[in-house]
Design a protein around this ligand. Structure first.
Ligand SMILES: Nc1nc2c(c(=O)[nH]1)N[C@H]1C(S)=C(S)[C@@H](COP(=O)(O)OP(=O)(O)OC[C@H]3O[C@@H](n4cnc5c(=O)[nH]c(N)nc54)[C@H](O)[C@@H]3O)O[C@H]1N2
Ligand SMILES: Nc1nc2c(c(=O)[nH]1)N[C@H]1C(S)=C(S)[C@@H](COP(=O)(O)OP(=O)(O)OC[C@H]3O[C@@H](n4cnc5c(=O)[nH]c(N)nc54)[C@H](O)[C@@H]3O)O[C@H]1N2
Ligand code: SF4
Ligand SMILES: [Mo]
Length: 720
């Protein structure tokens, strides 16, 4: 490793200490400097040395101090006094809380088996792998995260199976992409999966050309050289047609394809009839634009695919991800400077303790038989299938789930079909919820635990996520009230339960991870420097091959075939669309898409944070002026958005930048200012409209959060 040098920015002045840390308020990891005086966090600023943000912070990162000291933070463990959901709480000690949890878990295990205890967590949190680790250490195969089948892990698992690793954007090299394609992704808002919005912003500035694939005219779409305004949920058809153009016009990187890929000829046969004209009818994108995009991505080097979560929220997501991933793969943009790179893995994973489960217990994971790429052999870290978990909670089939331990997830706002989620949770014997704030979900719990926020914990992160090209240390600057980090809670609980595994302290685990990363640094070393950039190696496949059965990048996937899935990507019509459901479309004629990220909130978080709420006071749904006029809706009106599952209201934003047949709603809305215990969770929550019904993605079990049907109407004065 390089010599560890103390950076200038760490020198502390008089009695103010400055700790180098990393913002974990989104999936990114902007470097931060935490100023601490007399055990008070006095300032959080961007670390000018960090390769991710060079001193900048976004509105969410800037609110970190406000979050830490917010008066509504959960301060002590609490036990519910009245009925489930009564909103009546009593302060208890940590000892009492942990004893009671340990007792209930043991009771549930003895009566129903360990699998009746389900663990839940939220997206990309620092402690995410501690949640599965605790479940597996306890003996339950069941844990879930709303983003696993619906976010990021379709990309992780599909790429791991077919390319041996997840490629990430090479934003840290001196060579920058000449063309960037933002596909179902707006990283300037979202701080994408393990990079930061600032890298994406700088990448955009440096690139000569941009392509945007998005049903909405986003900021990026306005700036783009080419905007492909597709029908939601038809990305698979669009990608297949682009592959068709590349192959038909022989624009592929012949040297790479011949030497390092498997199954090119089979792929060529698969896409033979998938012409741009075929795709135009399905996607609404003009054929000439499809040709132009394919040519740009094949001929301008390096080209970068910046892909996002929109590809993963419909039930053909694995094959959609596959089709999109094939575009950079056959055009020579893999593991090259400025393109997609395979990670350096400078940090080992948190040991999963999955070996603690017997084969039989592992196979009990809900969804195991069906969704091998989420729950079984095709998953990098297997998780349970949410719709099957909800069913087990409600009906006891295929077996009962009785307890739910939630660590950082607002289940009622972020799982699909919130009403069904409520019916499932209300049935449980025991719910624990660890969070920063009281939420509508936490109100359903038996015990609520105050979690520590990132400036309050020690932690280590490898970023971008999975790739681990930069390893970063989070440093505990302060502690408020009786908060504990999730990692500490799991260690303590494991010890109280006398588990055989999973009892190490967080710091012990961080050292294991550091050792496995092979940089030669310890966690203590890393805390001094804040972050360490692993020197990047390109074209690793030339010496190491790809970690797949054939040793090549598999356009035709051997593992998919072995698992009984289609080895080549295909198109499938969204199951709830005007094409597939013409009868339903008579009642609900508009296509609904949800969730496009806004810069001020991270998913359901931040609604009580004034500085964030100033940026986005109320939920907004986008509608074309022609459609709005049909329903006498004017700009700024409250608008009902409704389908067979329910009805919500959001403020109408009239824009020409959306197709007249499409509606876009924000997600994650609840109103901390509204009365407990519901906090207005049924008013504007997009997941009242989404579905956890089959069909699911056959490989990943993904349900539908985008490309559904709805209708709109104006909310009348009386209804307001
Ligand atoms: N309709 C629709 N639904 C969606 C999506 C969409 O696009 N459309 N997106 C989906 C996606 S991609 C994802 S990943 C999920 C996200 O779903 P979640 O992960 O559930 O969402 P968050 O709101 O990020 O986090 C939930 C809670 O974590 C708490 N929290 C924050 N930090 C900590 C911590 O350190 N410890 C603990 N214990 N708690 C903490 C927050 O206060 C918050 O209440 O939502 C999914 N749901
Ligand atoms: N500020 C902020 N940052 C976040 C989050 C947040 O809530 N706020 N959430 C975090 C999470 S959990 C995630 S997963 C990432 C997600 O971040 P991104 O991947 O950037 O995802 P979104 O912004 O939800 O959606 C990207 C775009 O997809 C478009 N879209 C909608 N339907 C379709 C479709 O069918 N096809 C295509 N091609 N595009 C479609 C939307 O219009 C939107 O502009 O952001 C993370 N970072
Ligand atoms: S982009 Fe993410 S990591 Fe960076 S400051 Fe914003 S919230 Fe924090
Ligand atoms: Mo996500």
């Amino acid at each position: 490793m390089d010599q560890v040098v103390e950076p200038k920015s760490q020198t502390s002045s008089q009695d103010t200490q400055i700790l180098k840390s990393v913002c974990r308020s989104c999936h990114g990891g902007c470097g931060t400097l935490l100023h601490v005086k007399d055990d008070v966090l006095v300032k959080v600023e961007g670390d000018p040395d960090s390769p991710f943000n060079q001193g900048r912070l976004c509105p969410i990162g800037n609110a970190a101090k406000e979050m830490v000291y917010h008066p509504d933070r959960l301060k002590y463990p609490m036990r519910r006094k009245g009925e489930r959901g009564s909103g009546d709480w009593q302060r208890i000690s940590w000892d009492d809380a942990l004893d009671e949890i340990a007792e209930k878990l043991t009771q549930t295990k003895n009566e129903y088996g360990a699998e009746a205890v389900h663990l839940g967590t939220g997206t990309g949190r620092h402690h995410i792998r501690w949640v599965s680790r605790f479940a597996y250490s306890f003996g339950s195969p069941n844990w879930s995260e709303p983003g696993f089948a619906q976010c990021f892990h379709p990309r992780v698992n599909a790429c791991t199976q077919t390319m041996g690793d997840l490629p990430v954007s090479d934003f840290l090299s001196d060579i920058t992409a000449e063309v960037i394609c933002f596909w179902g992704h707006q990283p300037l808002n979202s701080g994408p999966d393990g990079e930061t919005r600032f890298n994406a912003r700088d990448g955009l500035k440096a690139s000569s050309k941009t392509i945007v694939v998005d049903p909405r005219e986003t900021y990026l779409a306005k700036k783009a050289d080419l905007w492909l305004q597709l029908r939601p949920g038809t990305d698979d058809a669009l990608a297949l047609a682009m592959i068709h153009v590349i192959i038909e016009e022989e624009l592929q990187d012949k040297e790479f394809v011949d030497n390092y890929t498997h199954g090119y000829d089979e792929l060529a046969v698969r896409v033979k009839d998938m012409t741009p004209e075929w795709a135009e009818e399905i996607t609404w994108v003009p054929a000439d634009k499809i040709r132009e995009a394919a040519r740009m991505l094949a001929t301008i080097k390096p080209a970068l695919m910046e892909w996002g979560v929109a590809l993963e929220q419909t039930p053909n997501c694995i094959q959609t991800v596959r089709a999109v991933a094939i575009i950079p793969s056959i055009t020579g943009n893999i593991d090259v400077p400025g393109g997609w790179v395979m990670g350096m893995h400078g940090l080992g994973p948190v040991p999963s303790n999955i070996d603690n489960l017997s084969e039989e217990q592992n196979a009990k994971r809900l969804g195991f038989e069906h969704f091998k790429m989420l729950c079984g052999e095709g998953a990098a870290l297997p998780a349970a299938h949410i719709p099957t978990v909800l069913q087990a909670m409600r009906t006891g089939e295929p077996y009962p789930v009785k307890a739910f331990l939630i660590f950082g997830n607002n289940t009622l706002t972020t799982y699909g079909n919130s009403k069904l989620v409520y019916e499932s949770l209300i049935n449980l014997d025991f719910i624990v919820n660890a969070d920063l704030f009281m939420t509508p979900t936490a109100e359903l719990a038996d015990i609520v635990l105050p979690a520590a926020f990132w400036p309050e914990i020690n932690e280590v992160a490898g970023l971008p996520t999975i790739a681990g090209n930069v390893i970063c240390a989070n440093q505990q600057a302060i502690r408020t009230y009786e908060c504990k980090s999730d990692e500490e809670i799991f260690s303590e609980l494991a010890r109280r339960l006398n588990l055989d595994v999973g009892t190490e302290t967080p710091e012990e685990v961080y050292e294991l991870q550091m050792a496995a990363g092979g940089t030669g640094l310890t966690f203590e070393d890393l805390k001094k420097v804040g972050f360490y950039e692993v020197p990047m190696k390109y074209r690793k496949y030339e010496t190491d091959g790809f970690k797949t059965p054939t040793g090549k990048l598999e356009l035709y996937s051997v593992r998919f075939e072995e698992m009984g899935y289609d080895p080549l990507p295909f198109y499938s019509e969204p199951p709830e669309s005007p094409v597939s459901q013409p009868e339903m479309a008579k009642h609900y004629p508009l296509i609904l898409t949800t969730g496009g990220r806004i810069p001020f909130f991270f998913n359901s978080e931040g609604r009580q944070i004034d500085s964030c709420r100033k940026g986005a006071r109320e939920p907004i749904a986008e509608i074309h002026p022609t459609t709005a006029a049909k329903h006498s809706i004017t700009d700024g009106d409250w608008m009902w958005i409704e389908n067979s599952r329910g009805k919500i209201r959001q403020r109408a934003k009239l824009t020409e930048g959306i197709d007249p047949r499409v509606i876009n709603t924000e997600f994650g809305w609840w109103f901390p200012e509204d009365p407990a215990p519901e906090y207005g969770v049924w008013k504007s929550n997009a997941n009242v409209l989404t579905s956890v019904e089959p069909p699911f993605d056959p490989q990943m079990g993904t349900y539908q959060l985008r490309a559904l049907l709805c209708k709109v109407s104006k909310v009348s004065e009386a209804e307001i």
